[in-house]
Design a protein. Structure first.
Length: 134
């Protein structure tokens, strides 16, 4: 279990972010991760309206062999709590630690925005990352 907090103030913007997360191991190489948080932005000297947003992230991970992780992610993001618009993303991924200095990660993500005013179609993305450690 854990928590995070960020606060920032200036003459033009006040920001407060906090979140909570937890991970639960279900045996050798299997885990569930959950995280939720809120971000609040206030603009005291601006005509920009204040905005509060919320997110949730869930991930299930399986390690079928050493250095290889298969996972599935589900995310929810509400960028402005004053509207009924929100974004949902879900998809599988693979993370492979080839050796101690190279990591590859691939994700297939299905995103969809839900709104009272507009109908959106599913958007599919293939994401990849390479991490190199010296």
């Amino acid at each position: 279990l854990g928590a995070s907090l960020l606060t920032s103030n200036s003459d033009y913007k006040e920001k407060l972010m906090y979140g909570f997360h937890g991970e639960y191991g279900l045996g050798h190489g299997v885990s569930l991760l959950a995280e939720a948080g809120i971000s609040s932005n206030k603009y005291p000297k601006n005509s920009i309206s204040n905005a509060d947003s919320m997110y949730m992230h869930f991930q299930g991970t399986i390690r079928p062999m050493r250095g290889l992780y298969l996972y599935h992610v589900f995310e929810y993001f509400d960028s402005d709590d004053s509207s009924n618009d929100y974004l949902m993303r879900a998809g599988p991924g693979v993370q492979w630690f080839i050796n101690q200095g190279i990591e590859l990660r691939f994700d297939l993500v299905n995103s969809r925005t839900f709104s009272d005013l507009n109908e959106s179609v599913d958007e599919w993305q293939i994401l990849s990352q390479v991490h190199l450690w010296l």
